[in-house]
Design a protein around this ligand. Structure first.
Ligand code: SF4
Length: 716
């Protein structure tokens, strides 16, 4: 991790032959800031990245941010629209590309109706582009089918926070409160490797005496800092939270004053606690009762406490309930709405927060308004200048859209900034579905695995070229400058949307000439909503990062939420009974191991960008399977050999890596590689019934070595 140095800044300011590009890292939700120094020497460009100061990462950059620019200059950047003719891509002009879209979309609309075209967005788009994509789907295409890859990232936490608190924002507190927290539960989150530049806040808390509890089936850089690491059996996190609650009820640690004044549902939760047994939970989770007691007591008696969750507990078919149960813990102990007390779901994608606030979700309108609420619909229809009756209704989630494509209910798909062929569960099914479309249009900077299937690919700008705002994991809006001109015929996402809207006859609703103009409309559309950006302007953001809600220009933005009341109309939070549920997928004689998936530090999501950044790609060149040596021995798997991983859906190949840090019944594979290494060919497509999150973290598999390398590609 690199920290800002005085000498770096001097280099940037003083060398007049150096082109200085101010930017913000395009990868994770911290949104670290940087300067890219571009110098031409002997006709070759040289680049140096210098971290810059901001109030979140404090002048730090991790290895991904330091090398992010490499993909922006990669030789495989798409520079022109590409149309598939007889199975091969050929270069076409923008006019030809737009005509193709017009003709195909009109034909599909005419024959099959507006809902026969779907839109698939991304948690990496700027706020302006995410907002515009939602408007594009509803106003230009008039379809109800829009959703985005954030469904696989934040949907469990978002739905749980909305239901419990009446509002969903990544952190309920300011990040600066973390070092002062006395006890922390880190449930299924590996902040040290996924958001390394904020790890010093947690490290400082430990130095200040905090007791840290990590819940993870694997030992990670994060669990190393913990005083207590609970290596829970995959998929039983909700039950473990019940164990903590049982101790808190049994040993009299409930903050009854807080509960009576600020929550509903206590008597039901209490009755539920009377019915469950710690021994039963210990058997289910494989965490001894004494360890549960220790964790629960430490959290309950600590003067301040915070709980953080992430994909480890959220990407399960009971992810919503699991997060609800961790929220139950902060509520019954009264640890929220006060300094050093709160809840956080650490967002993964760059704009995982802003991307879920302004209309990319199937059920949502800008400002966290609901698409089924009559008043919300009326307000947004007025801002957009359309009749409320013309605003489509609620659609379906990201994976359900793929199911509708397979059933031929959706016949055309417009994908922006996403790679569903790799990021979806059961990805072989998704690939087959996308191949069956009448028209697939993909907007991307590279020929991603999804773009390769498209009929038309439109080249878009990268973070160095595309100005806009993002909202980081704290719920703070940030402004990303971009002073590099896009190469060749590359356009920005927002320009592409405006131009398509124009050929579809809807140009008057999309007459924007800059991201700031779009943001002005977004501000108005969010006004009065839960995610209220009305008081936030580009001028303010050029000086400071601003927390939402921020309803007026004078408002400082709200750093700590729920100090007086929660966001439900009665001001109270909701407690909820959560059963000791099993995940839908379980091990069997045929598939005797658990597979869990995740990230490695140098790579981001499906690797479309990081696999094209040589300095990052070189650190992890291929997929690996982390396996306990005893398990490896049982299946005759040597270290460093290719292993076939099979489930009821499909198979993938990864290289064996022995580790004592993982449970003997579990293997881990990262998800950044394509084709035969794509581990999502193995994962299950069971969805959480509430939030529609797939169960990426619990999948039953069998493994075997592929000893004869020549046979590998024949066998898989
Ligand atoms: Fe910062 Fe995240 Fe980028 Fe690393 S990946 S530099 S932590 S924004």
């Amino acid at each position: 991790m690199k920290k800002i140095l005085e000498s770096d800044c001097h280099l940037a300011e003083q060398d007049s032959s150096t082109n200085v590009l101010d930017s913000q890292c395009p990868f994770c939700s911290v949104q670290c800031t940087m300067k890219l120094l571009e110098k031409t020497a002997s006709e070759r460009k040289q680049y140096k990245v210098v971290p810059t100061q901001n109030s979140t990462s404090n002048g730090r950059l991790c290895i991904k941010g330091l090398n992010a620019h490499q993909h922006a200059f990669h030789a495989e950047r798409l520079l022109h629209p590409l149309l598939k003719v007889n199975g091969k891509f050929v270069r076409v002009t923008w006019n030809e590309a737009l005509e193709f879209i017009k003709e195909n979309f009109f034909n599909i609309h005419k024959k099959y109706g507006y809902d026969s075209i779907g839109v698939y967005g991304s948690g990496s788009l700027t706020n302006e582009e995410a907002y515009l994509l939602g408007k594009f789907a509803r106003v230009a295409l008039k379809t109800k089918y829009i959703d985005y890859n954030g469904r696989f990232c934040m949907s469990a936490a978002a739905s749980a926070m909305n239901d419990a608190f009446g509002m969903d924002r990544g952190l309920t507190n300011m990040i600066t409160e973390i070092p002062s927290t006395s006890c922390m539960i880190l449930a299924g989150t590996n902040i040290a490797e996924c958001q390394p530049t904020i790890w010093p806040y947690f490290y400082q808390a430990k130095k200040n005496g905090a007791f840290i509890i990590a819940i993870d089936p694997r030992e990670t850089a994060t669990s190393k800092l913990a005083n207590l690491h609970l290596k829970v059996k995959p998929g039983t996190d909700a039950a473990l939270a019940n164990g903590f609650l049982k101790v808190i009820f049994e040993e009299g640690y409930v903050d009854q004053v807080f509960v009576d004044k600020k929550t509903t549902g206590f008597s039901e939760l209490k009755a539920h606690m009377n019915q469950i047994q710690l021994e039963e939970i210990a058997a289910l989770t494989e965490i001894p009762v004494e360890k549960m007691r220790l964790a629960a007591r430490q959290f309950a008696v600590a003067p301040t406490g915070m709980i953080f969750t992430a994909r480890g507990v959220e990407q399960q078919t009971n992810g919503y309930l699991t997060v609800r149960n961790f929220i139950n813990l902060v509520l019954v102990t009264g640890k929220i709405g006060k300094f050093g007390c709160g809840f956080g779901a650490i967002t993964g994608q760059a704009n995982g927060q802003g991307g879920r606030e302004h209309g990319q979700k199937a059920d949502q309108l800008p400002g966290y308004r609901s698409i089924v609420h009559p008043e919300h619909r009326k307000y947004i229809a007025k801002v957009w200048g359309i009749d409320e009756k013309d605003l489509p209704g609620k659609g379906v989630s990201a994976y359900e859209m793929m199911q509708k494509i397979a059933k031929k209910e959706i016949l055309g798909l417009f994908v922006m900034g996403s790679n569903p062929v790799m990021s979806s569960p059961n990805s072989l099914f998704v690939e087959k579905a996308l191949k069956s479309l009448k028209c697939l249009i993909v907007v991307d900077s590279f020929l991603s695995e999804t773009a390769q299937l498209a009929d038309l690919v439109l080249p878009t700008s990268t973070y160095l070229e595309d100005e806009g705002t993002m909202t980081n994991f704290e719920g703070r809006v940030t402004w990303r400058p971009a002073n590099k001109t896009p190469p060749n015929e590359v356009k920005h996402d927002w320009q592409i949307l405006c131009e398509i809207a124009k050929v579809l006859g809807k140009g008057s609703y999309f007459s924007f000439s800059s991201p700031e103009e779009i943001f002005q409309e977004l501000r108005l559309a969010s006004k009065g909503g839960k995610a209220d950006y009305y008081g936030i302007t580009y001028d303010r953001l050029k000086i400071e990062r601003v927390y939402w809600p921020c309803p007026s220009f004078q408002h400082p933005g709200k750093g700590r939420l729920f100090e007086q009341s929660f966001a439900h109309s009665d001001g109270k939070a909701r407690l909820k009974v959560v059963e000791n549920e099993y995940p839908k997928e379980s091990r069997s004689e045929n598939y005797p191991l658990y597979l869990t998936t995740g990230r490695v530090l140098p790579h981001y999501l499906t690797g479309v960008q990081t696999r094209r950044s040589p300095a990052l790609a070189a650190r992890f060149t291929e997929a690996y399977i982390e396996i306990h040596p005893k398990t490896a021995k049982k299946y005759k798997i040597e270290p460093n050999v290719l292993v076939k991983i099979e489930s009821a859906r499909g198979s993938a190949v990864a290289r064996s890596k022995y580790s004592l840090k993982i449970r003997e019944d579990t293997v881990f594979v990262p998800f950044h590689w394509a084709q035969k290494q794509n581990i999502n060919q193995v994962t299950a497509d069971d969805l959480d019934p509430v939030c529609k999150m797939p169960g990426f973290k619990v999948c039953a598999v069998r493994i075997r070595p592929l000893v004869n390398l020549e046979k590998v590609y024949k066998e898989v």
